[in-house]
Design a protein. Structure first.
Length: 428
């Protein structure tokens, strides 16, 4: 009986076997031997590649951030300010990030298809692969499965967000649930992370052995996918228990707290930096309430400074620590906001032309890519869809962007082959 709906043998081999099988072993991917470029595979032995995704859920306005159009019909009341790169300007609401522009690459010609959150979010987060009826993995799960090193004992994919903690195994799609997201609500660790002081190491080991025996017995004759998901959630929590100092605020300086800002997003990005420093492969930080259909300008005057201060601080810190060399930073959302300002003084959904920023591993520094017309309505240079973005980011991480999944006997592209085109100028 097949345990997983993908009918893949990947669930029965270890990640070490997958990386060790680059010469042609079987797994959840077709052509695994070509998954990583040889030079990058060698680099993985020496340095852990990492990713930080800052997701502004609802749609940050490109006009009030990366692509200001002051003094134009749709530009709004915000000014444009100079940055650390001659000739590049950001909105005045990105005061701190403007000083880090020499580390960033801003894409101003994103042009996607979905104007709805319900379809746009999963499309963006999965990279718009073909055959969307298939439960593809989210970006964090996919990239973690490609680059996570087996000796790294931290959870490979951590999602810091408002509200509740939990294990989002469905993010892994048809991959093994171990590539799902461990969600840290409010950046806090799972409950009961501190081990009872009365328990000795021998007792803990005996309990784990007994738990494993019960798991194996319970799994007989049952589908293993959901059982493995529960087991993985336990294992991830156990890994964090061995790194409980990551959640001790006593280790943080008041200067760091001030630099990141005393806001929810500031705390979460500071926690993300700590997890990256400890070696977590993929960290996603989600900020909500960016869907500004009404009172767009006051809303962005409240939200943007929170993003600006924290994002600038994490870019600066990763650079000072030498981590930008092997850490890819992505700041994006599901679409931008309309050029036209509606009767509620808001901006609606606009996937036709919007902006985002990337930095770090494999990315050119201090550049903008793409242009829009003077009113910000249409892309006037090459428009790029999310597939083009992921095709390029995979290359920045040394992942073969033409890699395929094996799902129910089918060979499926990880990225839509219609988008097999690198974003011009983005790669270093």
């Amino acid at each position: 009986m097949q345990d997983y709906p993908c009918h893949s043998p990947e669930h029965h081999i270890t990640r070490r076997q997958m990386l060790g099988g680059l010469a042609g072993g079987a797994g959840a991917f077709v052509g695994l031997g070509n998954l990583l470029r040889p030079a990058v595979a060698e680099e993985l032995k020496r340095k852990q590649l990492q990713v930080l995704l800052v997701w502004t859920d609802g749609g940050m306005s490109q006009f009030e951030s990366w692509c200001p159009k002051p003094g134009t019909e749709f530009g709004g009341p915000m000014r444009a300010i100079p940055t650390s790169v001659d000739g590049i300007q950001f909105s005045e609401l990105l005061e701190h990030t403007a000083k880090q522009a020499h580390h960033l690459a801003v894409i101003r010609s994103m042009s996607t298809r979905d104007e709805n959150h319900s379809t746009g979010v999963p499309r963006i987060l999965r990279g718009d692969p073909p055959n969307r009826g298939v439960d593809y993995p989210h970006l964090g799960s996919a990239i973690s499965s490609f680059i996570h090193q087996p000796e790294n004992k931290l959870p490979p994919y951590v999602h810091i967000k408002p509200y509740n903690s939990g294990f989002h195994y469905k993010d892994a799609g048809f991959l093994d649930p171990r590539w799902g997201a461990l969600a840290l609500g409010e950046g806090k660790p799972p409950e009961n992370i501190h081990m009872c002081e009365e328990l000795t190491g021998e007792v803990i080991e005996a309990r784990n052995e007994l738990r494993e025996q019960h798991n194996q017995r319970f799994s007989r004759g049952r589908r293993r996918a959901s059982i493995d998901a529960h087991a993985q959630a336990y294992n991830m929590a156990a890994q964090l228990m061995e790194n409980v100092d990551l959640f001790d605020d006593k280790n943080l300086s008041e200067q760091d707290k001030d630099r990141y800002g005393h806001t929810q997003l500031g705390r979460h990005l500071l926690q993300a930096r700590r997890l990256l420093e400890a070696g977590t492969t993929f960290v996603r930080v989600t900020s909500f309430h960016w869907d500004t259909h009404a009172d767009n300008f006051n809303a962005h005057m409240r939200l943007m400074p929170q993003f600006d201060k924290a994002f600038a601080a994490v870019i600066e810190d990763l650079d000072v620590r030498g981590m930008l060399e092997h850490t890819l930073v992505i700041a994006m959302c599901e679409f931008g906001r309309t050029p036209k300002i509606n009767f509620k003084l808001g901006r609606d959904h606009w996937p036709e032309s919007w902006s985002m920023a990337v930095a770090g591993c494999g990315i050119n520094k201090g550049i903008t890519v793409g242009e829009t017309d003077p009113r910000g309505v249409d892309v006037t240079s090459d428009p790029y869809d999310v597939g083009h973005l992921y095709y390029t980011l995979f290359q920045a991480l040394g992942i073969n962007p033409k890699a395929k999944y094996s799902h129910k006997g089918q060979s499926l592209h990880a990225i839509n082959p219609e988008c097999y085109d690198t974003i011009k100028g983005l790669l270093a």
